[in-house]
Design a protein around this ligand. Structure first.
Ligand SMILES: [Zn+2]
Length: 335
């Protein structure tokens, strides 16, 4: 079942001066897919969160820094990440949409989406996270807003699955010491933001709650489905969460442009189908081109109508990495 879809034209007001891969056209593609799927009657206008909510996710100094940068008419926060007059309202509304889609999933079930920009998973508590060189196009962390919404509803264990091609370093940093946020992240290894290695498992009492699966370059559907079946599904079955939050990036789709991954409809459909037993709060992250046209609808249709079927052989490198991840995490999980 498809639930509510939160989208606002305010997200289009965060726009670059010159060509940039993270531009409003990305959402035009998602909305045209939503129309083709005849889901446009599910679209709702989100309310922005207020500043005090943002300061629960991010350090107040960083929030003030972004606000001032926008007010002063700055164009870039760093070489990757631009701001413009529409950024502040877009970013606060993106947090609001993420919160509302999550609450809808909790109340009514089904797949609920926040089709938002700017994206969020690279934004850490004080901005750039875990030594990353830039914010990677992100301003505020949208999936963290979804997590807080669930905490405010009294949920104890919260699971975030991030399948964007890049590591969700901001999300990992924000919840690094929080044992109640299980963050499972599949991404291409050794690319921006240069984090997300097997050994990163959370700090202190939260050890074992951060699960990183750094996939080899050129990984394909069989590699991803293997890692998904060996690690993501068993953890979900062990936690049995009431709801699953997804940082949904479609930039791992073959030819999307920013990474070497070679995923197709098959993986995204499989991921959707395997999650269909859970209410989902899906927060949009990356995806710049064909991944949005093909990966996004495959995920939605997978959740709606497909049975999960896997086949194909993973590469030797994938087998090795998956074994390594399971080995490191075996004190906390019964793989
Ligand atoms: Zn990405």
């Amino acid at each position: 079942m498809i639930g509510e879809i939160y989208y606002s034209r305010k997200f289009l007001q965060h726009k670059p001066e010159n060509y940039h891969p993270e531009n409003p056209g990305r959402l035009w593609i998602l909305i045209s897919v939503i129309r083709e799927l005849r889901l446009d009657d599910r679209i709702l206008e989100p309310m922005p969160v207020d500043e005090s909510f943002v300061k629960r996710i991010h350090d107040p100094t960083y929030v003030e820094f972004v606000k001032r940068a926008v007010e002063e008419g700055r164009r870039y926060l760093d070489p990757d990440t631009y701001v413009c007059p529409g950024t502040w309202e877009a970013a606060l509304t993106a947090l609001g949409a993420s919160k509302l889609a999550t609450l809808a999933a909790l109340r009514y079930g089904g797949l609920n989406m926040a089709l938002v920009r700017p994206p969020g998973h690279h934004a850490g508590r004080r901005g750039k996270a875990m030594g990353a060189s830039t914010l990677g196009f992100c301003i505020f962390n949208n999936i963290a807003a979804a997590v807080l919404a669930l905490k405010d509803e009294g949920l104890e264990k919260i699971v975030v699955v991030d399948f964007d091609a890049h590591h969700g370093n901001g999300t990992q940093e924000i919840f690094w010491h929080d044992p109640d946020v299980i963050h499972i992240d599949l991404h291409e290894r050794d690319i921006y933001p240069w984090t997300g290695y097997e050994s990163e498992i959370g700090g202190g009492l939260a050890k074992g709650s951060k699960i990183n699966i750094p996939m080899p370059h050129y990984s394909n559907d069989s590699d991803y489905i293997f890692a998904w079946n060996e690690i993501v599904i068993p953890i979900l079955e062990e936690v049995t969460p009431e709801i699953v939050l997804v940082s949904a990036g479609f930039d791992g789709f073959k030819g999307d442009g920013l990474t070497t991954l070679k995923l197709t409809e098959k993986f995204f459909s499989y991921a959707g189908a395997s999650l269909r037993r859970y209410p989902l709060g899906m927060i949009f992250e990356g995806g710049y081109n064909v991944g949005l046209k093909k990966g996004f609808p495959a995920f939605v249709k997978g959740y709606e109508e497909k049975e999960a079927r896997d086949d194909g052989q993973p590469s030797y490198e994938t087998l090795k990495i998956v074994e390594e991840v399971k080995d490191i995490l075996s004190p906390w999980w019964s793989f």
